[in-house]
Design a protein around this ligand. Structure first.
Ligand SMILES: Nc1ncnc2c1ncn2[C@@H]1O[C@H](COP(=O)(O)OP(=O)(O)OP(=O)(O)O)[C@@H](O)[C@H]1O
Ligand SMILES: Nc1ncnc2c1ncn2[C@@H]1O[C@H](COP(=O)(O)OP(=O)(O)OP(=O)(O)O)[C@@H](O)[C@H]1O
Ligand SMILES: [Mg+2]
Ligand SMILES: [Mg+2]
Lengths: 255, 255
């Protein structure tokens, strides 16, 4: 089982869209995929149908004194082979208080160990904060996928994210490769072109040579709560995510 | 002095852009304005020039045991009448540990009391997390401005934000009016039209009757670290923000 963490503390850069697109593409190949929503805002859970009901159960329940088994919290996404461990608003309180009890990292790695035999890929969608939830997701991950909107404001936080990834590599004694993915690229705007050029200059081999274009069908899939690989398999955005998937699985980058 | 809090826990919806646009428009009228950046990601500080230098000083320093006076932390923005109290990455640690010592709310209200005689308007830019920093900003505010991208994923968190605002009203015994601002509106896309219609239906009188359009000059202003009201005074985006400013100052809404 591989664990891919999708993270960037800048808000609105396409983390959830990237997590859902990759998860649904791998499930469409016939693999068994679990998407875990670590964002108290629960965008991924709403998109894949995990957030319904008055008091949804999910990741925050893993912190209760008598935590249920992870399998009791899983939901179907409506797409074959893709299940969801949803987030709930209560997760915001966990971020503030949970660390003391038994540590976020421990809870997440126990949950991942429990599901490991049943899935080929786990995708972790992170909140837009460099906090406990994101750090424990990075600590558990085999790969960090960092969607980066091709916008001037989105460049600043990347250096901080990469420093955090290096810190985790050192403390766990295992590499954490980083793959930077330019998202929501609109080649007609000057600001986007400039940002993309800066991104490639500063981060060179860690940045994908292509980019995810702006594609309104990705938004429509989120409105219709559908897995993009099913709803719009041939749309520009999904085709680009399929090429990204090939790169993420491909040859290791020059270090 | 009025205190306007710009908040929404959904990421990338235009909080920083709204805070900078409104602050620079009011300063351009000749008023004295202070923009406070409460986001550890520090987008506003980078945009208005407050984040330079190896170890920038700012909001996180207010939590030190011998905190400096606020005036020692202020920076000029390059736009007449507009100053910045910048954020730093260390603020992320404050969000996790600061509450215990003397409480975020206390620190922020002390800082605001110190600056009150010197400014006509303070604008607070919040991080995309319903955490301690956002809650203390709401607790200090006279008005909550909630930018909401006209995108399906941006609708979910609004109910949670409004519940939190009501909770604060009850606990402080003072009204906290909410003004919902549709942002980044692209009238050509179906998903945007649908989201705008839902927003107006669900939140009626709290939602501005107009919307902020997509305008690449707002992005260019952030790339060039310029105050939008100066750099692109006649652009679609800035003209729309000037109309928004009139509405925010206008007659109270039907409760
Ligand atoms: N390639 C794309 N083309 C068009 N719209 C997109 C694309 N990628 C994402 N979006 C839209 O942009 C908005 C932000 O995307 P998304 O919510 O995935 O970002 P995020 O980084 O997960 O945000 P948050 O910081 O709140 O977690 C959403 O409304 C989404 O539908
Ligand atoms: N009206 C607009 N037209 C075009 N681009 C815009 C508009 N408003 C904001 N943007 C761009 O969209 C991106 C997100 O905006 P911004 O950073 O202001 O959102 P935010 O809510 O503050 O994000 P965060 O959640 O990270 O704090 C930025 O790159 C910004 O330049
Ligand atoms: Mg998200
Ligand atoms: Mg912001």
């Amino acid at each position: 089982m591989s664990i891919w963490c999708v993270a960037n503390q800048k808000g609105g850069v396409g983390k959830t869209t990237t997590a859902v697109a990759l998860a649904s593409l791998v499930a469409a190949e016939g693999k068994r995929v679990l998407a875990i929503d670590l964002d108290p805002h629960a965008s991924l859970s709403h998109w894949l149908g995990g957030a319904e009901g008055p008091e949804p159960r999910g990741v925050a329940d893993l912190f209760a004194d008598a935590a249920p088994p992870v399998s009791a919290l899983l939901r179907d996404s409506g797409a074959a082979g893709l299940q969801v461990l949803p987030a709930q608003p209560a997760l915001a309180t966990v971020e503030r208080h949970g660390v003391g009890k038994q540590g976020m990292g421990l809870v997440l790695s126990r949950a991942l160990a429990e599901v490991a035999p049943h899935y080929d890929l786990v995708v972790l969608d992170c909140p837009p904060t460099l906090g406990v939830l994101m750090v424990s997701a990075l600590a558990a991950a085999d790969l960090l996928v960092a969607p980066t909107q091709t916008e001037p404001l989105a460049l600043h936080g990347l250096a901080g994210l990469l420093r955090t990834a290096q810190m985790i590599e050192r403390s766990r004694g295992r590499a954490l490769p980083v793959r930077i993915v330019p998202t929501m690229y609109d080649k007609r705007t000057r600001a986007a072109q400039d940002t993309l050029a800066t991104l490639r200059e500063r981060y060179a081999a860690s940045v994908w040579e292509e980019e995810i274009p702006v594609d309104t069908r990705l938004r429509e899939a989120s409105r219709d709560a559908q897995a993009p690989a099913l709803a719009h398999a041939l749309s520009r955005g999904v085709v680009a995510y399929a090429r990204l998937l090939a790169w993420l699985r491909g040859a290791p980058l020059p270090e």
